[in-house]
Write a protein that binds this ligand. Structure first.
Ligand code: ATP
Length: 443
């Protein structure tokens, strides 16, 4: 069996049939347009590792945009092009296909002549981050499935090594240091010793500082989006990278315990039908932020691009985290009413609640979030229209009354709409305990 056949067999084994069909169509279209087309990067790496990955990156030797337009038309997909970069994105159902024109901006010397055959592809792959990400599979009909491995990526995959393609790789793009750590930990590989040397050199030269905070955050988010980010975060510590990413963060064994406890916690919550967030990285970010000094929080707030809710969450964790944590402990121990829990958690983003739970056991966490769900799902039976019917003049008082009804209902009082109506009447006559405002003050 030739090497091409081996790759084709592997694709048959690991890929859904419609993707294999897609690749054959791509090859046919490529032939018709007299261009060479390859699938490259993480897709190939993961195919060889037997890991699921359907992020398809195509590289075209020739006019990538024209080819992408042709492919989009053939697939009846939608096309978005970036003329300046020679790239395009096709959406085909829920499949995304990235198409790029092979780039050759990195000549080895200024007047280098393009080499014969596959030279564009070689240049394109050469500017990539690691040998394991610089593999390609040819899709043209002639030699369909040919594995293109200019830089011994297959050998590094077999040996479990993350290796850069050239010495100045990290200087040129310091995000690659974070990417190296991410791939190393995800696949339990090792950063190849010489590569590690280059990384340390780039770090010693403070190259990370050259990055924009946007790019830094993007890479940090990618690390925090890994299934279990703890080992990669430990590696960031070993390399002295927190100084750039989250200044003032001390990666203590306690932080590590908390971060490591989160994945099973998230899993258990999801299994109990209480999924926390579609973005687990936010939980990790809050956990880390809890261990920052106030200065560190300010730094993050000043430099990191973030949504306002997250900024609020960070400051809240700092100012009120300890007290809230204690209040939750008390609530769990004393089995307090749901209305009490509502008042503790009211203004907390959900992900931050999970980051708060230092010291809670798994059953306690499940109990807490079960209660939280009930709180969110409980509404008063009366509506604004009912209040109108009671001749209450509309105004901010409506929200307060409805919230109060909700709290009463949470604690199992007011069995039906009639009871709620009576309660409202009492309330307005000043015969029930006063209404709470949003800030928790009584009016
Ligand atoms: P993941 O499985 O995390 O998505 P991936 O390898 O697919 O990993 P992407 O960020 O989607 O990662 O990048 C796709 C490809 O683009 C990579 O495989 C790599 O070849 C190249 N690449 C991405 N970022 C860089 C970079 N900073 N420098 C050089 N090449 C990069």
């Amino acid at each position: 069996v030739g090497p091409e056949q081996q790759v084709v067999d592997r694709m048959r084994q690991h890929l859904p049939p419609h993707i294999l069909d897609l690749f054959e169509d791509v090859g046919r279209l490529a032939d018709g347009n007299s261009v060479q087309v390859y699938v490259v990067g993480g897709f190939v790496r993961d195919l060889l590792l037997g890991v699921n990955n359907l992020d398809i990156d195509l590289v075209v030797e020739g006019d990538g945009i024209r080819f992408a337009a042709e492919l989009a038309r053939f697939l009846k997909g939608t096309l978005r092009t970036h003329e300046k970069f020679g790239t395009a994105v096709i959406r085909w159902g829920d499949q995304k296909i990235d198409v790029a024109t092979a780039r050759r901006e990195f000549y080895q010397y200024p007047a280098a002549l393009p080499q014969v055959e596959a030279s564009d592809l070689r240049q394109d792959l050469y500017r990539r981050d690691f040998t394991i990400n610089a593999l390609a599979i040819r899709l043209n009909r002639e030699r369909f499935g040919e594995l293109v491995d200019f830089f011994q990526g297959v050998k590094d995959l077999e040996q479990g090594l993350v290796r850069v393609l050239y010495n100045l790789s990290f200087v040129e793009d310091p995000t690659r240091i974070l990417r190296a750590i991410r791939f190393e930990q995800r696949y339990r590989f090792t950063i190849e010793p010489q590569t590690m040397g280059f990384a340390r050199e780039a770090i010693a030269r403070h190259m990370i500082r050259e990055l924009s905070y946007e790019r830094m955050v993007d890479e940090l988010i990618l690390i925090l989006s890994e299934e279990n980010p703890a080992p990669a975060l430990r590696r960031l510590t070993e390399l002295g990278l927190w100084e750039y990413l989250l200044p003032g963060l001390a990666w203590t064994p306690w932080v590590e315990v908390e971060v490591s406890a989160a994945p099973p916690m998230l899993k258990a919550l999801a299994e109990a039908g209480l999924p926390i967030s579609r973005r687990p990285w936010v939980v990790y970010f809050y956990i880390l932020a809890r261990h920052l000094s106030m200065e560190g929080v300010r730094f993050v707030n000043d430099h990191y691009p973030m949504k306002q809710v997250m900024r609020d969450g960070l400051f809240k964790l700092h100012k009120e985290g300890k007290d809230t944590n204690q209040a939750l402990m008390n609530w769990l121990r004393a089995d307090n009413p749901l209305s009490r829990l509502e008042s503790i958690l009211r203004d907390w983003p959900e992900e931050a609640i999970l980051a708060l739970r230092a010291g809670f056991s798994l059953p306690d966490t499940l109990r807490l979030f079960e209660a939280w769900r009930r709180i969110r799902e409980t509404h008063p039976r009366l509506t604004g229209n009912d209040l109108k019917a009671l001749k209450i003049p509309p105004g901010p008082i409506y929200a307060r009354i409805l919230n109060r009804l909700r709290l009463e209902r949470l604690d199992g009082r007011l069995a039906d709409a009639g009871a709620e109506r009576d309660f409202v009447r009492h309330l307005l006559r000043g015969e029930a305990p006063a209404l709470e405002t949003k800030g928790g003050k009584h009016v």
